[in-house]
Design a protein around this ligand. Structure first.
Ligand code: GLV
Length: 308
């Protein structure tokens, strides 16, 4: 019984050493040393190209090495093979850190002070209490919920929007397309953490921006295609939005001539908000794999029809 790891190469050694120590009975292989592909029953990978999946006749489970599965071609994975997304504490902690940093940097005007320092200007801005700001999170899954819970510690007013209604302490919840406008109306800082699906592609658009209070800010830690770039530029230039912090773009890497690079009110990071951490992900994956071997239901299986 073999497991094949075919993902982020620099982290492969950490995955292999976890399995060697905690599951020495399992034959853990790292691509390209895959051995006989006929023996591979479990695949840990980012992509699942059809021609590769076709070479794995005994494949039982496809484990995505990342939290999002929007890049996976579901049709390449035969229907009887479950696709499992990565939900692990390391990814969640990374996202909570990044979003907290971004929210606090906006809340405490750090980007204004970066510009003020460059201009040698001593110009104190008013410091409103956290309770005077409303932060809205689109997507209340494992990442969005963890972000909301941490932000509650700072005393922000919190709102969450989700496909189906979710309740969280200290969070005003909204659900579905019907309540989106109402949700947006109160958000001073909007965070996009919804999965990318045909229903959410382009959701960060002119109509959405115009429903936010004037001067709101955007943090996109979802996927680049959630955002309509031209609509963001227009909203920033008209003052409808004051800033955008983008960890994801479309395409990635963002081409050097793209207007986001030079825009003074767009802050960019190269898709680093959060990454799967082998130390915390390997135990979760091994536990899930053992559930499968015992004939129990796998955790975090995606719903192909929903897209996540
Ligand atoms: C990263 O973007 C992931 O989906 O894990």
């Amino acid at each position: 019984m073999s497991i094949l790891y075919r993902s982020d190469a620099p982290r492969a050694a950490a995955w292999a050493s976890y399995f060697a120590e905690h599951a020495p009975e399992l034959d853990f292989r790292v691509w390209p040393d895959a051995g006989n592909l006929d023996e591979v029953e479990y695949l840990i990978a980012w992509q699942a190209p059809a021609e590769f999946i076709a070479k794995l006749p005994r494949l039982k489970v496809f484990f995505s090495s990342g939290a999002g599965v929007d890049h996976v071609d579901f049709s390449a994975v035969p229907k009887h093979i479950p696709i499992v997304r990565m939900v692990e504490p390391g990814i969640i902690d990374g996202m909570v850190e990044y979003v907290s940093l971004a929210v606090l940097a906006l809340h405490r005007d750090f980007f204004d002070y970066v510009a003020a320092k460059a201009a040698r200007t001593w110009d104190p801005l008013e410091v409103p209490p956290a309770s005077a700001r409303t932060i809205g999170v689109m997507g209340m899954g494992s990442l969005g919920s963890a972000v909301l819970q941490r932000l509650a510690n700072y005393g922000f007013r919190l709102r969450g929007w989700n496909r189906s209604l979710r309740h969280l302490d200290n969070v005003e919840s909204f659900a579905g397309p019907d309540q989106l406008q109402h949700f947006l109306k109160g958000c001073d800082i909007l965070i996009c953490l919804v999965p990318l699906t045909s229903a959410t592609k382009g959701i960060l658009n002119r109509k959405l921006f115009s429903a936010l209070p004037a001067g709101a800010s955007l943090i996109n830690v979802g996927r680049g295609p959630h955002l309509v770039d031209a609509d963001l530029l227009e909203a920033l230039d008209s003052g409808q939005l004051s800033r955008a912090i983008l960890d994801v773009t479309d395409p990635e890497p963002l081409p050097a001539e793209h207007p986001f690079w030079a825009h003074p009110r767009v802050f960019l990071t190269p898709h680093v908000a959060s990454m799967t951490q082998p130390e915390s992900a390997a135990p979760i994956l091994l536990d899930n794999l053992r559930r499968h071997q015992r004939g129990e239901a796998l955790l975090n299986v995606i719903d192909r029809s929903r897209g996540y």
